[in-house]
Design a protein around this ligand. Structure first.
Ligand SMILES: O=c1[nH]c(=O)c2nc[nH]c2[nH]1
Ligand SMILES: [Zn+2]
Length: 475
């Protein structure tokens, strides 16, 4: 018999809006063979019955059931994480940055490593590993930077398709102010960019994998290159990613290189690179006028607090961006950031917001600047999806969205999380269940601050199991 529907049963947690947590207790989610969520039934005991009621033409043998036993009360489903900014090619350097800051870090650590991935075997080893690692940490969508090399960028796209992660693949574009051993001419860059777009859209043809135009950052891109990329983005309706306003020395360099532009953001805007499908990493030192411009253009921002702390770049004022209606997600920014875990990035986002709050004199403002556990879990999931302009496809559990999910298990004896008997919840979030609600929120905080990949039991992208932490007891 051919499988026509999979039903997942257990407790589902997601963040449908900033600061809001939704807990769906003993719920069945039905997923079609194309990975789309077809129905959600709350407060249900019998997942198979729900499936057969949903589609009366189905036979039981055509339905697969993934049920978390009620006894496994420390387990819940959460949407897969979205990493809005990650340099796959830099993964071998995770943790290796010494006391450098952005510009010397690029020269000392980053450009030599990226250049070495021209060797296809090196690229294969690195890209396979980074995929396994991010999937094991619950990342179901990632916006990747590869290197300037087309062949190995195409290999990365192929590995993503094979392993099943949803991914944007950004072949890096740089044609000025870069080392002789790691640069392309404008002509070469145009050709290799087309090679990657053509491979992904005409050969690979996996709708979960998309190309993203990737001017590295303004200093390494000529005006001609940026104009050409801006035009290509418009003509082909492509996604764009780049870095913006990360480090104060970088800001001075940009002002020197582009004296005709009002600000760093205007450099990109003048070349038509700020669109609704653009995601901008860092945005640490933006002026109010630049924030207004990003809002006007509908760009997303990738907040990378581990990277910003490691490279001493500064603190992004996330609450200000959110208050201005800008979509913000989280980025690991490997290897400016040392961790491949979006959960770890979410934790750091919360802590950085508290550092910003400490600088506020007014207690009311202090409170507002703080990001809560619920806020950073939103940024890690739906916020990230919205920043990448795919908020209608993934990021929360809704009918017609894709089933990109992770099963979290806080009870694994080998993990770092200890849940005591009085801290348990039935996950029942209905009115009148205030104590349960409080316990559930405390468990989410415990996961955020003490959890890691040992608690990521299983991961699905579009309904396909892409990671399984073998020791788990869930069937
Ligand atoms: O965090 C960063 N990582 C990079 O690789 C990079 N290149 C330019 N600017 C950058 N910032
Ligand atoms: Zn980066």
């Amino acid at each position: 018999m051919i499988l026509k529907l999979t039903v997942y049963h257990g407790n589902f947690v997601d963040t449908p809006s900033l600061g809001g947590v939704r807990i769906r207790h003993q719920t069945t989610i039905g997923v079609g063979t194309d990975g789309k969520i077809l129905f959600i039934k709350e407060n249900s005991q019998d997942a198979l019955k729900d499936a057969l009621e949903f589609d009366r033409t189905l036979e039981a043998s055509e339905v697969a059931v993934v049920k978390i036993p009620d006894s496994q009360n420390g387990s819940f489903f959460f949407p897969g994480f979205v990493d809005t900014h990650v340099h796959a090619s830099q993964y071998p350097n995770a943790g290796i940055f010494g006391s450098s800051t952005l510009l010397d870090w690029l020269q000392t650590y980053t450009f030599p490593l990226e250049a070495s991935l021209k060797d296809i075997d090196t690229a294969r080893a690195v890209y396979n590993r980074v995929l396994d690692r991010t999937l094991a940490n619950g990342t179901t969508t990632a916006s990747y930077y590869t290197t300037i090399d087309a062949a190995s960028s195409n290999l990365m796209a192929k590995i993503c398709a094979e392993k099943g992660q949803r991914a944007f693949i950004g072949k890096v574009c740089m044609d000025q102010n870069s080392p002789d051993y790691y640069i392309e001419s404008l002509h070469e860059c145009k050709r290799s960019t087309h090679q990657v777009i053509d491979y992904i859209t005409k050969e690979l043809k996996d709708e979960k994998i998309q190309p993203v135009l990737t001017p590295r950052f303004a200093p390494s891109c000529s005006r001609e290159l940026m104009s050409w990329l801006g035009e290509l983005a418009r003509e082909e309706d492509l996604h764009v990613q780049t870095h913006l306003s990360e480090n104060s020395v970088e800001l001075e360099l940009v002002a020197e290189l582009f004296p005709e532009c009002e600000s760093y953001s205007h450099v990109y805007d003048n070349h038509h690179l700020l669109t609704k499908k653009t995601v901008l990493a860092h945005c640490v030192h933006l002026s109010d006028k630049e924030i207004e411009l990003l809002k006007l253009r509908g760009c997303g921002v990738s907040h990378c607090p581990i990277s910003n702390s490691s490279l001493a770049s500064g603190e992004c004022r996330v609450r200000l961006l959110l208050d201005n209606g800008i979509n913000v997600g989280l980025g690991t920014d490997l290897s400016g950031g040392y961790s491949s875990s979006i959960l770890a990035v979410a934790r750091q986002a919360l802590l950085v917001s508290r550092h910003l709050a400490m600088k506020e004199k007014d207690p009311k403002k202090q409170k507002h600047v703080n990001l809560s556990v619920e806020d950073v879990l939103f940024l890690a999931s739906l916020g990230g999806a919205q920043a990448l302009s795919i908020g209608g496809v993934v990021g929360s559990f809704e009918v017609n969205k894709q089933f990109d999910a992770q099963l979290i298990d806080l009870d694994r004896t080998s993990s770092n999380v200890d849940v005591f008997s009085w801290q348990r919840t039935s996950w029942n979030d209905s009115p009148g269940e205030e104590e349960n609600q409080k316990l559930a929120r405390n468990l989410l905080a415990k996961w955020l601050f003490t959890g890691d990949d040992r608690n990521t039991a299983r991961v699905w992208v579009a309904g396909r199991l892409v990671h399984c932490n073998a020791a788990l007891t869930a069937q």
